[in-house]
Design a protein around this ligand. Structure first.
Ligand code: S3P
Length: 442
């Protein structure tokens, strides 16, 4: 355990550049490892989650090598040529690595075992097991609570797999991506229908690597994504934009700490990820976009953030997928806003790295916020800009990086500070977080 107390800070000032996008980094390594030949990746996130993906692709035959900070070279084996790993793949804390790789191996003639940490071992895997079983793969999973299927689990891949048309029962980019990745080595057309759009990095990058993929909107407004199987991927140079989910902590910190004025450079603004920015603006936050450009096929800009008085808001559940990882830090913004914020339709938050509704209700409550926890959301009465009291004892982060970073931000906007039981989980997605925060607060 590495505990720390995050103390109230004076104005945050300066420029930062957040590390590469976690979702895009995972996909860049996986697709490079499946292309025949050498790909280069720059701006790669070197967090523990992405390193777990890199290690897994190495264990299945790809050469994955770090050249310099964020700069990696990958020599891929080709779709269909992944090798049998000799040991279990340790996914650490990473749900994205696990679910996407389960898809990849499901259409290769190999048997793969996945293990993970205590948090990951509680998370439901039935959502990917179901469609991948329809494609012909066989699974042996561990029993979780309430009949769920969890890690450790074993996948026996199918060759040839069966192409399916699968309508997503949950709005999950991980499930969509698992099916599409399984479709890469499956003859015929694999189709995913998304009633609610989720992040589309897999689609963008699969196309960038030369896969034949179409995405259309049907008459009901659902997105229909079709991938032609037995694909041949061509090696690419990929530049990974900064992670909007990492920028989110600094957006909220800048808005809440009086006198703050910061610039966050190179933030990915893919519309399937940018929900928080629009919402904070609706709450009265001053966030300006400058230097808009395209990086690695994704829209990117620098964000100028200034301290602002925020107002409470009723959050439309329809925007949840475009800010699914940002709700914890939104709850902190709401705790200091004027008036009431109501969120609903957030059942998915209960099956992330922790139960984020319960974890945030407990942590913010301990810091002095007025919170009501409902089945599918939180209702928060804001202070109208006054700092929260802060915590006496340490709050529990539950091996969840986003709970840790969120409550660090809360500490800056408190009177006595917020103590975390453990800052180590931060390294899964944002190793330099504490150094950047401390740098801005000087
Ligand atoms: C991710 C998708 C989201 C998100 C996760 C990363 C991805 O999960 O919470 O941090 O890279 O596809 P779900 O697709 O399960 O909502």
């Amino acid at each position: 355990m590495r505990p720390r107390r995050f103390l109230p800070a004076g104005p945050l000032r300066g420029r930062i550049r957040v590390p590469g996008d976690k979702s895009i980094s995972h996909r860049a390594i996986m697709l490079s490892a499946l292309a025949v030949g050498e790909s280069r990746i720059t701006g790669l996130l070197e967090g523990e989650d992405v390193l777990a993906t890199a290690a897994a692709m190495r264990a299945m035959g790809a050469e994955v090598e770090r050249l310099d900070e964020g700069e990696w070279r990958v020599h891929g084996v080709g779709v269909g040529s992944l090798l049998q790993p000799q040991t279990a793949l340790d996914m650490g804390n990473s749900g994205t690595s696990t679910r996407l790789l389960m898809g990849l191996v499901a259409s290769h003639p190999i048997t793969t075992t996945f293990i993970g940490d205590a948090s990951l071992s509680k998370r439901p895997m039935g959502r990917v097991i179901e469609p991948l079983s329809l494609m012909g793969a066989a699974f042996e999973a561990s029993p979780g609570t309430n009949g769920s299927q969890t890690l450790p689990l074993m996948v026996r891949g199918a060759l040839p797999g069966v192409p399916i048309r699968y309508r997503l029962p949950v709005a999950s980019a991980q499930v969509k991506s698992a099916v599409l990745l399984a479709g890469l080595n499956t003859p015929g057309i694999t189709t995913v229908v998304e009633p609610v759009p989720t992040r589309d990095h897999s689609e963008r990058m699969l196309r960038g690597f030369g896969a034949r993929l179409t995405a259309e909107t049907d008459t009901d407004g659902a997105r229909v994504i079709a991938l032609e199987g037995e694909a041949e991927l061509r090696p690419q140079d990929v530049e990974v934009p900064g992670d909007p989910s990492s920028a989110a902590f600094f957006l909220v910190a800048g808005l809440l700490v009086p006198g703050s004025d910061i610039v966050i450079e190179n933030v990915g603004l893919n519309p399937t990820r940018a929900g928080l920015i629009g919402l904070l603006r609706q709450m009265g936050g001053s966030i300006e976009e400058t230097n808009a450009r395209v990086v690695g096929g994704e829209p990117v800009a620098d964000l100028v953030v200034r301290h602002s008085a925020l107002g409470g808001i009723e959050v439309d559940p329809a925007i949840a997928p475009s800010m699914i990882d940002e709700f914890p830090v939104l709850f902190v913004a709401a705790a200091l806003a004027q008036g009431r914020t109501v969120t609903s339709g957030l059942d998915e938050l209960r099956v992330k790295e922790s139960d984020r509704l319960a974890a945030m209700a407990a942590a913010l409550g301990a810091a002095g916020a007025r919170i009501e926890e409902r089945e599918d959301g939180l209702v928060i009465e804001g202070t109208g800009g006054d700092p929260l009291r802060g915590t006496d004892g340490p709050i529990t982060t539950h091996l969840d990086h986003r709970i840790a970073m969120t409550m660090a931000v809360c500490g800056l906007a408190s009177r006595h500070g917020v103590e975390l039981d453990d800052t180590r989980p931060i390294a899964t997605s944002f190793p330099p977080f504490e150094a950047m925060l401390d740098g801005l607060a000087q």
